[in-house]
Ligand binder design. Structure first.
Ligand SMILES: [Zn+2]
Length: 141
């Protein structure tokens, strides 16, 4: 990936030109200061253009790598969540949460002790209350 930025050495440091807007965080992290008169980012002191450019490119690589890693991580988390949601434990956890908050979605489930027999046909059984029900209204027990 190329930033397209131009690094130019000067008596008082290295100036950065080009479309710097997207890279201002990285430039700041490396110690660049904004020069409002020249409207350029600027590294003060006797650093060579090559040093500044290569540390900028290193940082940029690192940033891109971190973004990639984060994306992979997010995908893995999403996949894990989907697997969890689809698993019997995940469904049970969702139901228990719904029974605590909003019963309307699972009004066919007798109570927290219920065992779900068929998710699609909405059949549960409950040993505690002796039910094998469909569309059973929650009675609060
Ligand atoms: Zn019950």
């Amino acid at each position: 990936m190329s930033s397209g930025l131009v690094f130019t050495g000067n008596d008082d440091g290295v100036y950065v030109s080009g479309v710097t807007f997207h890279y201002k965080d990285e430039l700041k992290r490396l110690g660049a200061k904004w020069n409002p008169e020249k409207k350029l980012w600027w590294f003060s002191g006797a650093q060579s253009v090559e040093t500044v450019r290569s540390s900028f490119e290193e940082l940029l690589k690192e940033v891109v790598e971190n973004i990639k890693k984060r994306k992979i991580q997010i995908r893995a988390e999403e996949k894990a969540k989907k697997l969890w949601d689809a698993s019997p434990e995940g469904k049970k956890a969702r139901v228990l949460e719904a029974l605590r908050t909003d019963r309307s979605k699972y009004s066919w489930i007798c109570c927290e002790e219920s065992e779900v027999i068929d998710w699609n046909k909405m059949v549960c059984s409950c040993d505690t209350h002796g039910f094998r029900v469909r569309s059973h209204a929650w009675n609060g027990t």
